[in-house]
Structure formats: C-alpha cells, structure tokens
Design a protein around this ligand. Structure first.
Ligand code: HEC
Ligand code: HEC
Ligand code: HEC
Ligand code: HEC
Ligand code: HEC
Length: 241
C-alpha cells in the first residue's frame, strides 16, 4: 500500500518543537531588549568630569537654563556651556574646591571639558529643540526635574513611542510660553481669568473657563493647542527625513 502521508511529514513534529523553542527565545530576547532600562536609557547617569550640581545652580542660585544652554531657543541643538561660562563666577567663588579642578585645568590649557553626552537620538531621527521650546513644551516634559538633580540622569525613555505619545496628544503637555523654563510650574499656578483673557478658551468648552477656580492641564493645553494651531507630525517623514 502506498504511503498516505509523504515521507517529509515525518519531520513535522520535530520542526514544530524547534520553531517553538526559537520563538520563545526570540520573544524573551525582544522583551529584554525593549523593556529593560538599559535599552530605554532611563536612569542612565554617566560619571562626569565634574559632578555639576543642577539643583544648586538652578534652584538655590536661581539661574535660568538659558544662561548655560544658550542656544536652546534658537537652534536645533542645545549646547552645553564652555569653560568661560563657569569661570564667570568660579574665578572668584569656590576657587579652591577640588571638585572644580578639571574646570581650572581646562581654563589654563584651553582644552574643553569632556562632558559625557547623556541624551542622544540616532542620526536617522530629525529632532529640533527650538521647534519645541518655542511652542510651549517645557524642558521638564522631556528631561524631568533637572532643577532638582544633583547630577543629570536620563529621566524619560526618548523612544519613538514616547515621542508619538505627545505628538498625538500635545494638550497633555502644553503650557504658557513664559513658563517653559520654569520646571516647577503646575496647572494650579494659572489664574483662570487672566489666562482666558490672554489665550481665550477651546471651542468645545461648555462653560466659561474664566469663572472657574482652577484649570486642568487638558483645559490649558487644549486652549493653547487651538490658539497656536499646534499640529505635531505623526507621519514617518516628519521625524525621519
Ligand atoms: C551653570 C550652568 C548651567 C545651568 C544654569 C543649567 N545647566 Fe544644564 N548642564 C550644564 C552642564 C555643564 C551640563 C553637562 C554636564 C552634565 O550633564 O551634568 C549640563 C547638562 C544638562 C542636560 C543633559 C545633557 C546631555 O548630555 O544629554 C540637560 C537635560 C540639562 N543640562 C538641562 C538643563 C535645564 C532644564 C536647565 C534649567 C532648569 C539647566 N540645564 C541649567 C550646565 C548648566
Ligand atoms: C552665576 C555664577 C555661577 C556660575 C556661572 C557657575 N557657578 Fe558653580 N557655583 C556657584 C556658587 C555661588 C557656588 C557655591 C554655592 C555654595 O557655596 O553653596 C557654586 C558651586 C559649584 C560647585 C561645588 C558644589 C559642591 O558641592 O561643592 C561646582 C562643582 C560647580 N559650582 C561647578 C560649576 C560648573 C562646572 C559651572 C559651569 C558649567 C558653574 N559651576 C557655573 C556659582 C556659579
Ligand atoms: C520635546 C522634547 C525636548 C524638550 C522640550 C527639550 N529637550 Fe533637550 N533633548 C531632547 C532630545 C531628544 C535630546 C537628544 C538630542 C540629540 O541627540 O542631539 C536632547 C538633548 C539635550 C541636551 C544635550 C545636548 C548635547 O549635545 O550634549 C541638552 C543640554 C538639552 N537637551 C537641554 C534642554 C533644555 C535646557 C531644555 C529646555 C529649555 C530642553 N532640552 C528641552 C529633547 C527635548
Ligand atoms: C511633550 C511633547 C512632545 C514630545 C515628547 C516630543 N514632541 Fe516633537 N513636537 C511637539 C510639539 C508641540 C511640536 C510643535 C508642533 C507645531 O509647531 O505645530 C513638535 C514638533 C516636532 C517636529 C516638527 C518641527 C519641525 O521643525 O518641523 C519634529 C520633527 C518633532 N517634533 C520631533 C520629535 C521627536 C523626534 C521627538 C522624540 C525624541 C519629539 N518630537 C518629542 C511636542 C513634542
Ligand atoms: C515623532 C517622531 C517620529 C515619528 C513620527 C516616527 N518616528 Fe520612527 N523613530 C523615532 C525615534 C525618536 C526613533 C529612535 C528610537 C530610539 O532611539 O529608541 C525612531 C526609530 C525608528 C526605527 C528604528 C527601529 C527601532 O525601534 O529602533 C524605525 C524602523 C522607525 N522609527 C520607523 C518609523 C516609521 C515606519 C514611522 C511612520 C509610521 C515612524 N518611524 C514615525 C521618531 C519618530
């Protein structure tokens, strides 16, 4: 009698087992790769040549981000300050603090301090600081509470999904333009009457927002989104040019 099943079918069970093992391994690997902090870079905090305390300079001394990151409003790239910027004060203040030795050495030799870059998007992604900072998106939304950090760490994932989460719903993040550099800003700080007089209110609003005691982030964000015609790209070419 002829074989009902062709000969190759003998191998089917063993192939199924191998496929099963491979896909389990693949899945574990992929989950590991995508979910662990190492891939998303959250909490990445390299050792810097000088442990520069943002909390002290920003929250205690009251310095503005733009004193040091002077191009962040004007350019795609946000610069890190040069040695001269530190020496504006540190020729006088903390002259003998050993922590500042690399700054003094750089000042003498003219060799820049080699800060380790923490946030980095791949070359195939188009990213522009000024396009965000001038459209009501705070440093806080993308870098976390830098003003409270003794040393800067990577606070947000900066993955594609993360960019898109905001691009789809910018109203969850938009704030008045003059609060972009104030990392402590909260929706509760907004005075409804003043806000509505300046920016109006969303078309969908069913009540007079200026009469409310407090505004929510969504009410503030939706108002600014309509007022400024905010429309972040969600198509591939928007970020991969
Ligand atoms: C007195 C100067 C100074 C001020 C003011 C300052 N920074 Fe910085 N910032 C630095 C220096 C120096 C570095 C590089 C060393 C480091 O990463 O700690 C840096 C690094 C950073 C980084 C990480 C950059 C990277 O490598 O990815 C972020 C984000 C940042 N600053 C945000 C801010 C924000 C937000 C403010 C305002 C709230 C601010 N900085 C105010 C000097 C300053
Ligand atoms: C506007 C003036 C000013 C500028 C500009 C400035 N600093 Fe300072 N910095 C200070 C003051 C004031 C203190 C001391 C605060 C204190 O005594 O508590 C200080 C303290 C420090 C300390 C010592 C912290 C400690 O824990 O001992 C370091 C490190 C430091 N600064 C690094 C820098 C670096 C790096 C830059 C340039 C990126 C810079 N500073 C720019 C004013 C400044
Ligand atoms: C919409 C998100 C977003 C906002 C808002 C934002 N940043 Fe960034 N920042 C990034 C990304 C993404 C990178 C990495 C860019 C790259 O690879 O060149 C970065 C990098 C940086 C760097 C490192 C640059 C370098 O080459 O070392 C500094 C400093 C910085 N940002 C400061 C700021 C400050 C200060 C503000 C607020 C005034 C701010 N950023 C607002 C997303 C943001
Ligand atoms: C917290 C909100 C937020 C996050 C996070 C964010 N964006 Fe945006 N993005 C915006 C807003 C708001 C605009 C301005 C849209 C407008 O002007 O209509 C914008 C605009 C842009 C534009 C168009 C600007 C231009 O010059 O053409 C690009 C490109 C862009 N974002 C890339 C990115 C990338 C890449 C990331 C992630 C690394 C990112 N964005 C993360 C809110 C965000
Ligand atoms: C808002 C900005 C933005 C938009 C829109 C966007 N991307 Fe991305 N994409 C990114 C960023 C940022 C990364 C880098 C992620 C990282 O470094 O973890 C990335 C990474 C990628 C990668 C590399 C794979 C990976 O996971 O590392 C591919 C492929 C990709 N994008 C395809 C697309 C396609 C296809 C679209 C359209 C459906 C698209 N992107 C739309 C920002 C964007």
């Amino acid at each position: 009698m002829a074989n009902f099943f062709p000969r190759w079918t003998n191998w089917v069970p063993i192939k199924l087992v191998i496929c099963g093992i491979l896909s389990v391994c693949g899945l574990t690997g992929a989950t590991w790769y995508y979910v662990t902090p190492k891939y998303t870079r959250v909490r990445y905090e390299p050792i810097q040549p000088v442990p520069f305390p943002h909390d002290l300079h920003v929250s205690q001394l009251g310095m503005d981000c733009r004193y040091c990151h002077s191009f962040v409003e004007m350019a795609a790239h946000s610069n890190v300050p040069n040695t001269q910027t530190c020496m504006n004060c540190h020729t006088q203040v903390q002259k003998d603090n050993p922590k500042l030795e690399p700054v003094r050495a750089s000042w003498k030799t003219g060799e820049p301090i080699e800060w380790v870059q923490i946030h980095r998007t791949p070359d195939y992604v188009f990213y522009n600081h000024s396009a965000h900072v001038n459209r009501g998106i705070s440093c806080f939304s993308c870098h976390g509470p830098v003003n409270k950090m003794p040393v800067v760490y990577h606070a947000k994932p900066h993955s594609m999904a993360w960019c898109l989460e905001c691009h789809r719903h910018p109203e969850n993040f938009l704030r008045p333009n003059d609060q972009v550099f104030n990392l402590d800003w909260k929706p509760d700080d907004v005075r409804p009457a003043e806000f509505v007089a300046k920016y109006g209110q969303p078309q969908s609003a069913r009540e007079d927002l200026s009469k409310k005691k407090k505004l929510t982030q969504t009410e503030i964000g939706q108002t600014l989104k309509e007022r400024w015609h905010i429309n972040p790209p969600t198509n591939c070419q928007g970020c991969h040019r």
